[in-house]
Design a protein around this ligand. Structure first.
Ligand SMILES: *[C@@H]1O[C@H](CO)[C@@H](O)[C@H](O)[C@H]1NC(C)=O
Ligand SMILES: *[C@@H]1O[C@H](CO)[C@@H](O)[C@H](O)[C@H]1NC(C)=O
Ligand SMILES: *[C@@H]1O[C@H](CO)[C@@H](O)[C@H](O)[C@H]1NC(C)=O
Length: 387
């Protein structure tokens, strides 16, 4: 079940509803039949056949309804198999889209005419900031962009936890800006910097990013994005699933374009602000590398939601190679903490978030939020609050 469709979340919910309905329906119809024809039992093959047909009809109706939603209708037209030997430059044809006059500004179409599919991604040259700025003339201060030739249907904030990874950040900005412009989104890129030399805390930085981003705009969708992952197919839309948190980086080259394990939720994920708050955000207590993404996957379930995954042939990402970071050693306690996560997800998260915002700079290509997030507890470096 790795190739989960975008609408599988809706489908899963509909299916359980369907099962309950079908059960009631079956019972009712049987009673009715028994009365009408005054027969005792209707276990025969005909009855089963009629029931099966009715159920099939019902399923078909359900399916049509779920796939007529915006993304469903759009995803249906995708090719069966992407050809990753035919690649496009991520800036291909972007410059042909000149601004429309304000009078004839329409809503952007559900499917952007700029999408090309597989994108060429390599890291041979590290682009300098000036070059990236020159190639993205319509990006405004703070890394904000609004389509110039139509009214965007969707607002997405990209949140990137960061410290001392300037080279990766430049690669990311070089690829992500045109990538998102191809999708005709209104978007803004936030880089959330951890101040000081203490142990890195990705999840807490993301909590901070969400809080700060929601002060700026009413975002439809929050993309929680590792700095070293570059998307390879622009049909991988940076929009949220309305019902379920979405795992976006389902196929990373590091894992041979497969899921490393079934519940993997790391790399790039997308949640609506409502979904984020419903799971009380992310844990603040995961210092160091690892574990927090599994904890987040657990939280999704505790909060009564399911994870949807972008299909593997679209959710492809290239990871920029790097050695281990200083101040981001593996979190030794992560397995122990995970077993306790159901106890404290309600008390450790957005509702217990404390930090000091040191600066918020609007640079040409991103908003730089620098925060003092405190230190890992010294006694017990990865202590878990008791509930
Ligand atoms: C790219 O732009 C050229 C010139 O406007 C156009 O002929 C071509 O169809 C465009 N290609 C795509 C894939 O949109
Ligand atoms: C962080 O480490 C660098 C070099 O290791 C050092 O120069 C700097 O003073 C340290 N900063 C703080 C806030 O401790
Ligand atoms: C963000 O701002 C801080 C504070 O001015 C600065 O030290 C840091 O280098 C900046 N980071 C990035 C990625 O621009």
């Amino acid at each position: 079940m790795q190739m989960i469709h975008y609408s599988s979340c809706t489908a899963a919910k509909l299916y359980s509803l369907y099962k309950a309905l079908a059960k009631a329906f079956l019972c009712q119809t049987r009673c009715l039949f028994e009365r009408m024809f005054s027969v005792r039992t209707l276990e025969g093959p005909y009855f089963c056949f009629v029931m099966a047909c009715l159920q099939l009809l019902f399923l078909l109706l359900m399916y049509q309804r779920s796939s007529s939603s915006w993304s469903g209708a759009f995803m249906e037209k995708l090719p069966d198999k992407w050809d990753y030997s035919k690649l496009h430059d991520v800036y291909f044809n972007l410059s042909f889209f000149s601004p429309a006059s304000t009078e004839d500004l329409h809503h952007c179409p559900p499917k952007s005419p700029l999408l090309v599919g597989p994108i060429r991604v390599n890291f041979h040259n590290v682009p300098n900031m000036k070059r990236i700025i020159r190639k993205n003339p319509y990006v405004q201060r703070g890394g904000l962009y609004t389509p110039r030739h139509c009214v965007a249907q969707y607002k997405t904030a990209i949140l990137v936890p960061h410290r001392n990874r300037e080279t990766h950040l430049r690669h990311l900005l070089y690829f992500l800006h045109p990538f998102l412009q191809r999708q005709q989104l209104h978007y803004r890129i936030y880089v959330i910097n951890q101040a000081g030399n203490g142990t890195f805390n990705r999840a807490k930085l993301l909590n901070i990013g969400v809080r700060e981003a929601l002060k700026d705009d009413e975002w439809d969708c929050l993309f929680l994005h590792d700095v070293d992952l570059i998307p390879e197919n622009d049909y991988n839309l940076y929009v949220c699933d309305e019902l379920c948190p979405k795992h976006v980086s389902s196929a990373m080259n590091k894992f041979n374009y497969r899921l490393p394990y079934r519940t993997f939720f790391g790399g790039v994920t997308a949640v609506t602000p409502e979904q984020y708050l419903r799971m009380n955000g992310f844990p603040n207590s995961y210092w160091g590398w690892g574990g927090e993404d599994d904890e987040i996957a657990n939280r999704v379930n505790y909060a009564g939601m399911n994870i949807v995954r972008v299909p593997l042939d679209i959710g492809r990402y290239k990871m920029i190679k790097h050695g281990p970071d200083e101040g981001n050693n593996a979190n030794e306690k992560r397995f122990d903490m995970l077993t306790k996560s159901h106890k404290y997800w309600k008390v450790d998260g957005m509702n217990s978030l404390e930090y000091k915002c040191i600066s918020k700079q609007l640079t040409s290509l991103y908003t730089n939020i620098t925060a003092d997030i405190g230190e890992a507890p010294i006694e017990d470096k990865n202590s878990v609050p008791e509930s």
